[in-house]
Write a protein that binds this ligand. Sequence first.
Ligand SMILES: [Mg+2]
Length: 244
Amino acid sequence: MPSQSTLFVFSDLDDTLFQTERKCPSQGIHRPAAVDRQGQTLSYFTAEQGVLLTLIEQGTVIPVTGRNTAALERVHMSFNSYRITSHGALITGADGNPDEEWLIMLQAQQAIWAERMEYALKVIARTIERNEWALRCRIIEDQGWPVYVSVKGDERDLASLRTTALALWCENGARIHSNGQNMALLPAFADKERAVRFLMRRIRDTGIEPLFLGLGDSVTDMPFLRLCHYAITPRGSQIHASWT
Ligand SMILES: [Mg+2]
């Protein structure tokens, strides 16, 4: 049996460990999980998620989330190791500061992508306006670094935007995350799989034989889940729905 210290859990957060009230089952008691910018509770843990949390917190939980650092701080969970934020764009240590080795790679890629993100934002904003879609878009920053273009709003309008977004964005390793009311245009450096691989190597380099557990709900989580010894996805998730 491995000792407890060898369990490392790479976990997506939203729609995996908790969700907004709208997506919670109507029955049961739900515990607050995260607040919005105004401090109002926005997301909740179900009772089952509470049990799952107790299980995984026996190991080291490393969030692998689309949230940036500021949004991660609005989650009612305490993380005492690495954090992967902004869809894998940034890795921070237990002290909350960006990992220095990772930061060097991020800095090298920023120059190439910052301009592309600005351009994509302009085109998308214009497309939204012209079609009068119920969508809003902006560039998300993480600790001062522009990390991805976020588009949020009506699911049908997001689906209509998809063709434009794909043609505009998907080259040179850039990808699009889309699930429900969220779309993110991800530069090549915002890559959960790459960030998890980086930390797995870092953990293995310490000489321990870890057990890696992965949790995620989105199809874009699958590449990092595949790196883990075991993977967990919630019932009804986008991944679950993709099983045939
Ligand atoms: Mg998720």
